[in-house]
Design a protein around this ligand. Structure first.
Ligand code: NAP
Length: 268
C-alpha cells in the first residue's frame, strides 16, 4: 500500500496505455529486490547506478552506470529511452537524485514512485539526540574528546576533521585507498551482516561512548542501535533530508502492482 499519496495534483488512473518501460534508480538492497521481481515478471526495465561502487553485484535486468547530467540529462534519458515509469529506489539520503527524479517526471509526464525503507524511530531505552544534517552533527561534537563510532558512509568522514580531538571508530566495507583524514581513529573493514552481539562486543572492545549515524532505516544496519541501547550508549542520529512529496512504497511487491495496474492520466 502506498504510504503517502501526494503527487502535485497528478491523478492516478487504472488505465495503462502502453507497455511499461521502467527506469529503476538504484544503489540499495531495495532496488536489487525490485530488480529481481521485475525480471521474474518479465518487465522491461533498466537499473541505474551512480557508479560509486567499483564492483556492483550482478543484476537480472540491464544496468546503466553513471550520473545523467542533472535534471536536463535525466529528462533527455527518459524521453530518448521512452521510459514510462521511474522508480526511485535510491538511498533515503540520496536527496539530489530523488529531487531530480521528481522534477524530471513532472517535465516528461511519466509516472514516478519511490521505494524506500521506513525510518528508524527511538524506543524505550534509546538515548537519541536527533540532528538535521552532517554539519549539525559535526557542531554537536564540540566538547571534551570522546570515542565515537562513526557509522556513516566514507564520503562524510572528512567533515569530522573539524573535530579532530575525538577518537573515531570507523567501519568500512572495503579498505580505503587513502587513510581517513582523522588524526585519531581505528578502522575496521567488514561488510557485515552485523549482529547485535557482534556490534556490542565491538563497541565494548573499542570503549565507544557515542554512536553517530544517519537514519538510514531498515533492518540491515539496525544492529548498532540495538547494541547501543543494550549498553546504554547515547546515539547522535542524523535525520533524513527533506524531499518533495512523492508516491511512496515500502514493499517492492507494491511497486510491481502499481506498475502493472496504474497508468497516469494528466488530462493530456
Ligand atoms: P545524490 O547525492 O542524491 O546524487 C548525486 C548525483 O549522483 C546525482 O545528481 C546523479 O548525478 C548521481 N546519481 C545518484 N544516484 C544515481 C543513480 N541511481 N543513477 C544514476 N545517477 C545517480 O546521491 P548519493 O547520496 O551520492 O548516492 C549515490 C548512490 O549511492 C545512489 O545510488 C544511492 O542510492 C547510493 N547510496 C547512497 C547512500 C547515502 O548515504 N547517500 C548510502 C548507500 C547507497 P546526475 O545529476 O549527473 O544525474
Amino acid at each position: 500500500m502506498p504510504m503517502i499519496v501526494n503527487h502535485g495534483g497528478i491523478a492516478i488512473s487504472t488505465i495503462s496505455s502502453s507497455t511499461p518501460n521502467i527506469l529503476l534508480l538504484g544503489g540499495t538492497t531495495e532496488a536489487t529486490a525490485l530488480a529481481m521481481l521485475l525480471a521474474e515478471a518479465r518487465m522491461t526495465a533498466t537499473l541505474s547506478y551512480a557508479g560509486r561502487t567499483a564492483n556492483p553485484r550482478p543484476q537480472p535486468i540491464p544496468v546503466r552506470v553513471g550520473g545523467f547530467g542533472g535534471v536536463d540529462g535525466l529528462v533527455d534519458y527518459v524521453r530518448s529511452h521512452r521510459i514510462t515509469h521511474v522508480v526511485d529506489a535510491t538511498h533515503p539520503f540520496a536527496a539530489t537524485m530523488s529531487a531530480h527524479a521528481v522534477e524530471a517526471a513532472a517535465r516528461t509526464n511519466v509516472a514516478l514512485a519511490a521505494l524506500t525503507r521506513p525510518a528508524w524511530t527511538p524506543g524505550t531505552g534509546d538515548r537519541w539526540t536527533q540532528v538535521a544534517d552532517i554539519a549539525a552533527a559535526v557542531a554537536a561534537l564540540d566538547g571534551p574528546g570522546r570515542r565515537i563510532m562513526l557509522a556513516l558512509g566514507r564520503q562524510h568522514v572528512a567533515s569530522f576533521s573539524a573535530q579532530p580531538h575525538h577518537h573515531y571508530i570507523l567501519r568500512f566495507v572495503d579498505a580505503p585507498d587513502h587513510p581517513p583524514p582523522l588524526p585519531l581513529h581505528s578502522l575496521i573493514v567488514d561488510r557485515g551482516p552485523f549482529t547485535v552481539d557482534g556490534d556490542s562486543t565491538l563497541m565494548q572492545a573499542h570503549r565507544v561512548d557515542l554512536v553517530l549515524c544517519k537514519n538510514a532505516g531498515g533492518p540491515g544496519a539496525a544492529a548498532k542501535l540495538a547494541a547501543a541501547r543494550q549498553l546504554g550508549l547515547p546515539v547522535l542520529m542524523i535525520d533524513r533530508p527533506w524531499l518533495p512529496d512523492r508516491l511512496l512504497f515500502e514493499a517492492s511487491e507494491d511497486v510491481l502492482r502499481w506498475i502493472g495496474h496504474a497508468g497516469i492520466d494528466r488530462g493530456v
